[in-house]
Design a protein around this ligand. Structure first.
Ligand code: GTP
Ligand code: MG
Length: 454
């Protein structure tokens, strides 16, 4: 009885926090297993006299969750044309709208598309995010992908921090799984793959898959898988592990963990095999059946991603990746749970401390700014004085030049006047001389006449 009631309470508690039923069924909180109960408090076991009815709580939760619907967000990372859209169509057995990406995109851009799907009476809001342009050319790095994932966490955190929260009908866009498409080279992982997965592994559940597995031979594929896993381990890349702490799925999940990375083939084309129509890729030499487990791991992927662990992926996103983002973000903002003496630190205390720090800093800044202003005024005053002195000197200099010029002009004028006077004197003398000579020439015939008469 105790065990049952504990499980039920945990179910309620977890489902209340994450708004989902299945989340309560499998939880992998580091250091705390919800199935173990509330802690060490002493509780008394009582037996009920008859049927009370709270055993219907799980059903009530299921019904509530079904009414509310679910959301699931998949991020597809892989080079252009690797088969991302085809695999999504194959996985969900439908045709999502797709646009071929160009090989000449200048940057990596994230393209989310949301669809409403329904299976039986379960509604799924599915978002497929394509990392368009990734891995095409150099300088096509993972930064936009990391930023996109963080932005979705930030949006959720902002909603959580609101006074009036509406998480119940909030469209959760946090990425629940990243399907990392590995090119089927048969060699090893590209450094871009390793760097990208390393950057993403603390932010999202990564499931690596070998795309277009029909283009690689069986023996090469086996070696390729081993090589990929050893490279991931030696580079410290943490990929998503299917959970093995839930008895119901422990066995299948641990078997499937050993099959990673899944080698998949995608196709929505139907081909007749025997007297059955199956989804396959037809080649001149034969048919590769998508859902044939001896041909590829597509069924394993679908089983693990959708049918067994979809809820665990959602839960891991919330309890591990989002929790880490939230913790770092709040610590960055100065919030902490304990003081330096490891005593619990309340939000109010943190706020007060922060407020005091902020006011102190504000005062310091104000004082600095005031001092800066005074210094600036002094500097400007000194500069103005220096300018004034320079101007004065310039003025004095110009004045001296002007006086010198004036003196020179005066001298020139005096010289010119003297020259003019001399010229006038010479002119007068010339005129006198001229008139005298004219007089002399006019008197000469008279003298001649006088001489003749005599
Ligand atoms: P972009 O969105 O443009 O980056 O491409 P994508 O990654 O979505 O690839 P898409 O699904 O459009 O497939 C590109 C080509 O690869 C198509 O011709 C597909 O038929 C082919 N293709 C897809 N899956 C497979 C596969 O498993 N094996 C083989 N051989 N070809 C595949
Ligand atoms: Mg595509």
């Amino acid at each position: 009885m105790k065990k049952d009631s504990t499980v039920l309470c945990c179910v309620l508690d977890l489902a209340h926090n994450a708004g989902s039923v299945a989340m309560a069924v499998s939880s992998r909180h580091p250091g705390s297993n919800p199935r173990r109960g509330f802690g060490n408090e002493e509780k008394r076991n009582l037996s009920l006299g008859g049927h009370v009815g709270f055993d219907s709580l799980p059903d009530q939760l299921v019904s509530k969750s079904v009414t509310q619907g679910f959301s699931f967000n998949i991020l597809c990372v892989g080079e252009t044309g690797i088969g991302k859209s085809t695999l999504m169509n194959t996985l969900f057995n439908t045709t999502f709208e797709t646009e071929e990406a160009s090989h000449y995109e200048s940057t990596v851009r994230l393209r989310p598309r949301t669809y409403d799907l329904q299976e039986s009476n379960v509604h799924l809001k599915l978002t497929i995010v394509d990392a368009v342009g990734f891995g095409d050319q150099i300088n096509k790095d993972e930064r936009p992908i990391v930023e996109y994932i963080d932005t979705q966490f930030e949006n959720y955190l902002q909603e959580e921090l609101k006074i009036r929260r509406s998480l119940f009908n909030y469209h959760d866009t946090r990425i629940h799984v990243c399907l990392y498409f590995i090119t089927p080279t048969g060699h090893s992982l590209k450094s871009l793959d390793l760097v990208t997965m390393k950057k993403l592994d603390s932010k999202v559940n990564i499931i690596p898959i070998i795309a277009k597995a029909d283009t690689i031979s069986k023996s090469e594929l086996h070696k390729f898988k081993i090589k990929i896993m050893s490279e991931l381990v030696s580079n410290g890349v943490q990929i998503y592990q299917f959970p093995t702490d839930d008895e119901a799925v422990a066995e299948i999940n641990s078997v499937m963990n050993a099959h990673l990375p899944f080698a998949v083939v995608g196709s929505t084309e139907e081909v007749k095999v025997g007297n059955k129509l199956v989804r396959a890729r037809q080649y001149p030499w034969g048919v590769v059946q998508v859902e044939n487990e001896s041909h590829c791991d597509f069924v394993k992927l679908r089983e693990m991603l959708i049918r067994v662990n979809m809820e665990d992926l959602r839960e891991q996103t919330h309890t591990r990746h989002y929790e880490l983002y939230r913790r770092c973000k709040l610590e960055e903002m100065g919030f902490k749970d304990t003081d330096p003496d490891s005593q619990p630190f309340s939000l109010q205390e943190t706020y007060e401390t922060k407020r005091k720090e902020f006011l102190g800093e504000l005062q310091k800044k104000e004082e600095e700014m005031r001092q800066m202003f005074v210094n600036k005024v002094k500097e400007t005053e000194a500069e103005l004085k220096e300018k004034e002195r320079e101007l004065h000197e310039k003025f004095e200099h110009l004045k001296r030049i002007h006086q010198e010029e004036k003196r020179k002009v005066e001298e020139k004028r005096r010289e010119l006047e003297e020259e003019m006077n001399a010229f006038n004197r010479r002119k007068v003398a010339m005129e006198t001389l001229q008139s005298q000579s004219l007089q002399a020439t006019s008197q000469q015939p008279l003298k001649k006449d006088k001489d003749k008469k005599n």
